[in-house]
Write a protein that binds this ligand. Sequence first.
Ligand code: F6R
Length: 606
Amino acid sequence: MCGIVGYVGHRDCADVLLDSLSKLEYRGYDSAGIAVFENDKIITEKTKGALKNLKDKLGDGHKPKGVCGIGHTRWATHGEPSDTNSHPHGSAKVSIVHNGIIENYIDIKNFLIDKGYEFASETDTETVAKLLDYYYDGNPVETIKRVLSEVKGAYGLGIIFADFKDTIYAVRKDSPLIVGVGKEENFIASDVPAIITYTRDYYLIESDEIVTLTKDNIEICDIHGKQLVKELQHADWDIEAAEKGGFEHFMLKEIHEQPTAFRTTIKPRIMDGMPFIEECGITREMLAGYHKIFIVACGTAMHAGLVGKYIIEKLARVEVTVDIASEFRYRNPVITKEDLVILISQSGETADTKAVLTMAKELGAATLSVVNVKGSSIARESDFVLYTHAGPEISVASTKAYMVQLSVMYLLAFELAYARGVISEDECRKYTSVLEEMPEKINEVLKLKDRCQFIASRLVNSQSLLYIGRGLDYALSMEGSLKLKEISYIHSEAYASGELKHGTISLVTEEMPVIAVATQSDLLEKTISNVKEVKARGGKVSMICSEKVDVDKEIANHLIKLPDVEDLFMPILAIVPLQFIAYYTSVLKGCDVDKPRNLAKSVTVE
Ligand code: F6R
């Protein structure tokens, strides 16, 4: 949610900021802006809409010339997207960019209005900028400390003071911030993709640490002024990973990266043919002892958790509940010290998921996170972390991150089942070897994209769709439906097939296409009966099933047949056509596939 960047060095600062912001646009794209020192003066340029609008505006000779500045790409929280509400905000003395939410901004605003301050925007951020102006005493770090003592909320802040034209200040609390380390140049950013063109070395900044950055020097101190020595991090992926590489959209590229991401994620966790997750600190003995397992996450990550529940319960015979983090955190759940709480998050920064982590720790449960972004808050704060290795996921709609989350769910299920003595070593080895074959099978499914594109062409004019399935297929239907609505803006609902006749089937007409996911042989006959009921009412059905089943041509209008694998592993394959169908529907509708309206990749506010 919102991306902040800052640059000080020897290059054209505006160019670097615009380039870095283009790598962070997935965090928000309602508006963008930069503030750069030009001849000792802070020049601010900002505009509503995508970064392209700002680039177009600056293209006509309005680009400030300088080597030090800050930039922002916005996902609006306080105040609609507009030129005035765009960041940076500031005064003659100071300029800031902000990611997060200032909870007590109204109190601060009232205090400052009493002191004679006027406000141009409706944002919470402007109150922090003006408070910095109010307390500024010639010492930036002391001023920042004073302001932070009065500010409540979450923030990643990039700050420049007019009196210090070669210096950027930065601080964070509960919003991500990194410092990129270059040669005679340094950076701040919300996330690694912003800096990867220039450097792979960076520091992770913790809450309440204050950074002072010049082109040759980086100072990091805590809130009491104590200088800190931090461990340098190194990004193990390069710029190609954060670029489209010849694909029309990041989403399409990321769908195609799934076999590799899957392989890279499971490889280090398989040893001598057995799952091996002890590297994260969680032992078989611990896994054998947990009383209950809670999986908590948001959106697509929660859908990966649903698949996890089915396979863990099936193989390990331990009770698993799956919850949406924003609900779970407020329903006073019954968690004990004997339980394991698993948090799944691509970004590792999702506010609700993070809040559940804090709550689970307070209640004494063990916490295990499955996270894609290295060093993110959830990863750092949980007892155990299993990183997924999808590389940067840029498209707002998650695809490869979901895929690798699934891969970890499988490994965990095998490990739990073996640790609890429910499956034998031979069975565990057999399951693990099937998992190792999945990247090849995913590759085969990628070849079905033309078929999916054809099906998308049949859906593109629909007002509404139904996704149906049973068991694991229901979990998949939920993810397929979410993918479609978020990027094509076509309403859709996922329904457990068996529930249709309890109300929802009344919606079915010729105008309501239905996508049936039917990969589970033990439930196939039942799902087919439900599909027949839909067809009998005029519904047009596209069905996704295994190539091993002989489905009567009359049953579905369109069929997608997946390579034959054991039912348990079918979700890994069935998700791919669902992703393609959503993708091509969005393309055919002319939507902005990678940056769907109203969304942001990393949801760091409630
Ligand atoms: C949908 C999507 C979201 C995220 C959700 C959680 O395509 O990406 O539903 O899954 O916002 O985000 P993370 O995984 O970063 O916690």
